[in-house]
Design a protein around this ligand. Structure first.
Ligand SMILES: [Zn+2]
Length: 494
């Protein structure tokens, strides 16, 4: 009887614990509904991550005209581009958000304009909008580094990293942000960045799509009430993100650096949260990650407006894995390679480097072999189990330009199955550089120069069984030859 009672009691505990977990991991009804309606709020003028200052200004004006935002210029960049402080809401809690202090980190800037569209719309989600705008005074500085955005680079045009300039303040952009923070004295701050897309969440195959940090305000990394509040708000956002992209959240390194704005603001009494947008499977333009930013920010606003973050237990922060470096674009396992007269089985890591268009408004990709040899706890966005398969150099097919132009994706795939990855025109020079929406590459060389696996070499090879290709790695993309033909983002002309 005693035992049965104990079992019953334990069951009760387990059940109530499950119920608790479920209720705390669920988003509010309002947030769930808005997630489902995201496309309605997504700013259609922002189609990719390369928006420039001149394209952003009319979008700001749209929300000034709609009376959502009031605008104040708080400074100019080195090249004289305006730095804009935008305000919405009339609540008692001041929240300051700034994005893109690193010019090539724009995911959150895109999401901020989706948030503005949400806050300025008039529909069946007005209750949450009212809650946010009645309880918060929101201050935004989108694209703090417009010169960096123009040139698609991290630093400003003095070649200084603005996020290492909180102390010296030699950059006009850094001075504008510090001046605003001192004037407003917000309770809460959001420092919005992008991080390496190859970061993983712990030593796992999950990419660190969003990483958080409640920065330290001193070298011993002490916890005080200010940092605790930032940590609790992170925990609210973590739950929301886990419900949409499980396992893709991580923590950023919390070593104290007094040169950084987040660390400095935390020390000034502003509960500061760093959000880093990383990578997500086959999302090079970061449009799903933009949607996750939208979700994270609205969840944070709701949680701050309601005060619900205060219920979060900061011990849960320990359970979020740290950022780690365990991802390749493509990880090829157990491939047989012949090199220098030796035959051996090993692993290959392949990454795609990004090449900027001359006007900094698009990116193309060039795959390279990044690693050869044994690897532990390493994964790929795409993986190939090449057990029993041999690294095989590809052949060059000669055809006329007209024949190349007429090739269908299926015909290209069939040529790969015959061992070809390159086409040489018989009647002229072919272009070099990225070739969009094809499966085969072009070359002006009679022979393929890629004869074996070497670090740094173009990732263009076949994986064959008994001389018959089973997989191909084309410009750093995995192509499964048993699957229907599907063109790649870009191949290459050599
Ligand atoms: Zn950054």
């Amino acid at each position: 009887m005693k035992i049965r009672l104990l079992v019953f009691f334990n069951l009760m505990l387990v059940t109530s614990h499950i119920a608790m977990c479920q209720s705390s991991s669920q988003n509010s009804v309002a947030i769930e509904k808005i997630w489902g309606q995201y496309d309605k709020y997504k700013e259609p003028a922002i189609k990719n991550r390369f928006m420039k200052h001149a394209e952003m200004m009319p979008l700001i004006q749209k929300h000034v005209d709609s009376k959502l935002l009031s605008k104040e210029e708080i400074g100019k960049s080195v090249r004289g581009r305006s730095i804009n402080h935008l305000t919405a809401g009339r609540g008692k809690t001041k929240v300051l958000l700034w994005s893109q202090m690193h010019g090539d980190e724009s995911t959150a800037t895109m999401a901020l304009f989706d948030v503005f569209n949400f806050l300025s719309s008039n529909d069946d989600n007005n209750e949450l909008k009212r809650l946010i705008l009645d309880n918060l005074e929101l201050h935004f500085v989108p694209m703090l580094n417009p010169d960096g955005a123009q040139a698609w680079k991290r630093r400003n045009d003095l070649e200084i990293d603005i996020n290492r300039d909180a102390r010296m303040q030699v950059t006009p952009e850094g001075r504008a942000l510090m001046g605003l923070a001192k004037k407003l004295q917000p309770q809460i701050g959001f420092n919005l960045h992008d991080q390496n897309y190859l970061y993983s969440s712990g030593r796992s195959k999950n990419s660190a799509t969003i990483s958080f940090l409640a920065p330290a305000y001193n070298y011993p990394k002490d916890m005080n009430a200010v940092r605790k509040r930032a940590t609790q708000i992170i925990l609210s956002m973590n739950k929301a993100l886990q419900s949409k992209s499980p396992g893709n959240v991580a923590k950023y390194n919390d070593d104290f650096d007094p040169r950084c704005f987040g660390d400095t603001f935390q020390g000034m009494g502003i509960s500061t949260i760093l959000i880093e947008s990383g990578g997500y499977y086959h999302d090079p333009e970061k449009q799903f990650i933009r949607k996750l930013n939208f979700l994270a920010l609205l969840t944070a606003f709701e949680s701050i407006a309601k005060g619900s973050f205060e219920k979060e237990d900061i011990k849960d922060y320990d359970a979020i894995p740290e950022n780690d470096n365990s991802l390749y674009d493509v990880f090829v396992k157990n491939v047989m390679i012949t090199k220098e007269g030796q035959e051996f089985i090993t692993h290959l890591g392949v990454n795609r480097s990004q090449i900027r268009a001359s006007d900094n408004s698009a990116m193309t990709y060039s795959g390279r072999i990044a690693e050869i040899g044994d690897q532990e706890l390493v994964f790929g966005y795409d993986e190939i189990d090449a057990s029993g398969l041999k690294f095989t150099p590809a052949k060059v097919k000669t055809m006329t330009r007209a024949e190349w132009d007429r090739l269908t994706p299926q015909q290209e795939l069939d040529l790969i199955k015959e061992g070809y990855l390159f086409v040489k025109w018989s009647d002229g020079q072919s272009p070099t550089g990225a070739i969009k929406n094809r499966l085969l590459n072009l070359t002006n060389n009679a022979e393929n120069t890629v004869q074996s696996a070497s670090i740094g070499q173009n990732a263009q090879f076949l994986l064959s069984k008994d001389g018959k290709p089973v997989f191909a790695v084309v410009n750093g993309y995995k192509v499964d030859l048993s699957q229907p033909a599907k063109v790649l983002v870009n191949t290459y002309g050599y």
